[in-house]
Design a protein around this ligand. Structure first.
Ligand SMILES: NC(=O)c1ccc[n+]([C@@H]2O[C@H](COP(=O)([O-])OP(=O)(O)OC[C@H]3O[C@@H](n4cnc5c(N)ncnc54)[C@H](O)[C@@H]3O)[C@@H](O)[C@H]2O)c1
Length: 447
């Protein structure tokens, strides 16, 4: 198969490289000349484990090429994937479809012979109809089928997810379109990946419903964490007790500072807006959005509480800036709201992240950056773990204590236990787990 991938961001680049690895011939297209030039030189613009080798090998084998020339790539293609961004539209939170529609118009002008145009971007229900309308209006003679094929990969495990998906969803009722898509994914379903054919609108809804459901699970366990803190209880044990019920499942039940990233925040918001537009309100999703928005800043207040109620003039050290480990993606990262709350309260911030500092420097311009956790902790009044990078899982607490001004650790990812940290003389706070009152701390310290 000859594939054109329009948009060479996270999804486009990973999908393109994986399709090439299956043996297809893939041209990755992007508007961004700098990104394409870098890719041609073998430089990968994002941090994603294993992606550099995959791109290099398939480029060397002649199956993966990069260009800004959309028209030539589309003309030569049997299948054209649209993998451009669908960010939140400024002002109203609807999915911004301008990139998708612009790509559709360009594709229409160039399509030659039978072509399947596939929306891989996450798009509201009905977008496929509009893409088809644009293509037919721009080029009435084009022999095109428009399908939906939402992507479920996770950043940080993107290649593994793409090559071993839980399911492949293909939304088109056109037989020729289904035949081509089955061929594109043949290497995967030979490996037993379930392939689900649906109509186009159903496929579009599956993606938003899946993301919103996972986001809802996170928001739910975060509220349970708050209850544990108030009522006495351990959210990790609650989550385990819930997750062992396989109707519930254990995944996405880790309490923390709220969900971030390039998908859940914008997709939950967009689904809430879609529901309103169809006069079918998604109230659980609307509430999930509200819970999560409030939670990130509340985590800033939690840090302030751990510092005795004020951080004015204090230095707070932040470990982890990206929205999750194994990515350099800073989009909607909880760290941004946590740090802003601390800055608003008069703190100075010194932060470290293993991969995300270059991206963070574009967003968080008024904080200091450190090369490692110990440099970040030097002279700090508190250390806050915001992202659970492996590099933070075995910190040398004796060394940290000798460097810090005050031994206070706020672990927003619950990667430690009180019993591991407290013997080193730290005041330790985490999320949804038993907290010691200041008097209990004093008594424990006196023992
Ligand atoms: N990032 C994820 O983990 C993930 C997972 C599943 C689905 N998605 C969805 O996939 C879509 C893409 O997400 P992403 O994270 O890869 O976005 P991204 O911002 O990383 O990449 C989008 C790319 O498209 C390019 N582009 C925009 N318009 C173009 C055009 N007309 N022609 C060529 N290139 C164009 C941009 O320059 C950019 O490089 C979104 O709808 C997103 O919701 C993302």
């Amino acid at each position: 198969m000859r594939i054109a991938m329009i948009g060479s961001g996270y999804v486009g680049l990973v999908s393109g490289a994986c399709f090439a690895d299956f043996g297809h011939f893939v041209t990755c297209v992007d508007l961004n000349q700098g990104k394409i030039d870098a890719l041609k030189r073998g430089e990968i613009p994002i941090f994603e484990p294993g992606l550099d080798d995959l791109v290099r090998e398939n480029a060397a084998a002649g199956r993966l090429t990069f260009t800004v020339g959309l028209a030539d790539a589309v003309r030569a293609a049997d299948v054209v994937f649209i993998a451009v961004g669908t960010p939140s539209r400024r002002g109203d939170g609807h999915a911004d479809l301008s990139y998708v529609y612009a790509a559709a118009a360009s594709i229409a002008e160039a399509a030659d012979g039978f072509t399947v145009v596939v929306t891989k971007s996450t798009v509201p229900v009905g977008t496929g109809d509009e893409v088809e309308r644009i293509i037919r209006a721009t080029n009435p003679k084009a022999d095109v089928v428009v399908a939906s094929n939402p992507e479920f990969l996770r950043e940080g495990a993107a290649i593994e997810d793409f090559k071993h998906p839980d399911r492949i969803v293909i939304g088109t009722e056109d037989e020729r379109g289904r035949g081509v898509m089955a061929e594109v994914y043949r290497p995967l379903y030979l490996n037993q990946a379930p392939i689900q054919f649906t109509d186009r609108r159903t496929a579009e809804i599956i993606k938003y419903a899946s993301n919103a459901f996972l986001a809802m699970k996170i928001a739910f366990i975060n509220e349970v964490a708050d209850l544990c803190e108030k009522a006495g209880g351990n959210v990790q044990d609650v989550a385990r007790g819930m997750g062992l019920d396989n109707r519930i499942g254990s995944k996405f039940l880790n309490a923390g500072p709220g969900f971030g990233g390039s998908c859940f925040p914008k997709d939950t918001l967009a689904l809430a807006k879609i529901g309103q537009d169809f006069d079918s309100p998604m109230r659980l999703v609307e509430t999930t959005v509200a819970i999560n928005d409030q939670r990130k800043r509340a985590m800033g207040r939690k840090v302030i509480g751990a510092c005795g109620g004020s951080v004015r003039g204090k230095t707070i050290s932040i470990l982890g800036l990206t929205f999750k480990p194994n990515t350099d993606d800073m989009r909607e990262a909880p760290s941004i709201a946590v740090i802003q709350a601390l800055l608003d309260a008069g703190a100075r911030i010194r932060a470290h992240d293993p991969e995300g500092m270059a991206a963070a420097k574009e967003i968080l311009t008024n904080i200091d950056y450190a090369d490692d956790p110990y440099e970040a902790a030097t002279g700090a009044d508190a250390l806050v773990i915001v992202t659970e990078w492996n590099a933070f899982r075995s910190l040398d607490f004796e060394r940290l204590k000798s460097l810090m001004k005050a031994p206070v650790l706020v672990d927003l990812r619950n990667i430690y236990r009180l019993a591991e940290v407290e013997p080193h003389g730290f005041t330790y706070e985490s999320v949804g787990r038993p907290v010691r009152t200041p008097i209990e701390h004093a008594l424990a310290a006196a023992e």
